[in-house]
Design a protein around this ligand. Structure first.
Ligand code: PRT
Ligand code: ZN
Length: 285
């Protein structure tokens, strides 16, 4: 029987969320210490633990069938792999930054200047689109200190909260790429492996859909039920059940969390009370 080999980051920013995703998808891993390869116990999958930068090559070579890593690394390594699904975690951006004191005129600032980065490929493509010629200095860590030690006039690095740039006296001036964790796949999976991948993707979708939706329950006077039902989408339509108290009903529905905050004032206006909002674990349409 086929098994699908999934490569995830061994240790780093992506590894906990990657393992959490597997768990939420109901896939348990048999974990020994310092293992490179671990089988899943209840799904036809094996997990390979690698450095994130190596994952695209392993997937291209077919050593792994699929992998989880940041879009930034997928683009930088530029291997022939397919991005199957955006996963919604490890969101960050790849940005250009310059010393705070610089009066930044736009990308032309970088003309004939030195830029330190761990992302020379993405950066050089970006500079080409801007018709800017700059000297790219590839360094693998602590890119943000390059300007203060006189190595470069700017940096191109991953930014999340912005505090690393700030504490190094830099400011973000251009966002080159918005990134998040993605699932990549080999472009020539066997039909059996593709079938397992489809099942895995189905589970990921159910988990991610559930995360952005809430189950909502409220009580309302009967004469307001139809107005409230109009407001609530529900999976097909909201459920309305009578309360033991005469003249009152309970309304159950599924709403997008964002929309919920927008509609809460209207619900209260219509006399809804005892509003409960509960998380959903899995959601299958
Ligand atoms: O050892 P291995 O090669 O596997 O790991 P790594 O050290 O190359 O990668 P790791 O674990 O640091 O990051 C893995 C992935 O997480 C990256 O490729 C991004 O897709 C994503 N990610 C999300 C981040 C960040 N947020 C992030 N903040 N990667 C790095 N950073 C660093 C950034 O380089 C900078 O030094 O954090 C600093 C900026 O953070 P703020 O919050 O101060 O702006
Ligand atoms: Zn790495």
């Amino acid at each position: 029987m086929s098994t699908l080999k999934l490569a995830i980051q061994k240790s780093g920013r992506l590894s906990d969320s990657s393992k959490a995703l597997l768990k939420e998808c109901g896939i348990s891993i048999q974990n020994g210490k310092n293992q490179l390869l671990a089988p899943a116990v209840n799904f036809p999958m094996e997990i390979l633990y690698l450095r994130d930068d190596d994952i695209p090559q392993y997937v291209e070579d077919g050593v792994a069938d699929i992998g989880i890593l940041g879009e930034n690394v997928v683009q930088e390594t530029d291997k022939s792999v397919v991005v199957s699904q955006q996963l919604g975690f490890s969101k960050c951006r790849l940005s250009l930054a310059v010393p705070k004191a610089v009066d930044y005129p736009g990308p032309s600032y970088f003309q004939s200047k030195r830029i330190a980065t761990s992302y020379p490929n993405i950066l050089s493509k970006y500079l080409q689109t801007q018709n800017v010629e700059a000297e790219i200095h590839k360094i693998s860590g602590s890119v943000e200190i390059a300007p203060s030690i006189g190595l470069a006039e700017g940096v191109c690095d991953i930014v999340s909260s912005g505090s690393t740039l700030f504490s190094n006296g830099l400011k973000e001036v251009e966002v080159i790429l918005k990134s998040q964790a993605v699932l990549i796949a080999s472009d020539n999976l066997s039909p059996e492996k593709q079938d397992i991948l489809d099942k895995f993707l189905f589970r990921i979708e159910a988990v991610n859909r559930a995360k952005s939706n809430k189950y909502i329950i409220m009580n309302a006077p009967n004469e307001k039920v139809s107005e409230i039902v109009q407001l609530l989408p529900g999976m097909r339509s909201p459920t309305v059940v009578p309360l033991a108290t005469e003249g009152w009903s309970a309304i159950h529905s599924v709403v997008n969390e964002q929309k919920f905050w927008e509609m809460i004032d209207k619900l209260k206006e219509y006399g809804a009370e005892g509003i409960l909002v509960a998380p959903i674990e899995k959601m299958i349409l």
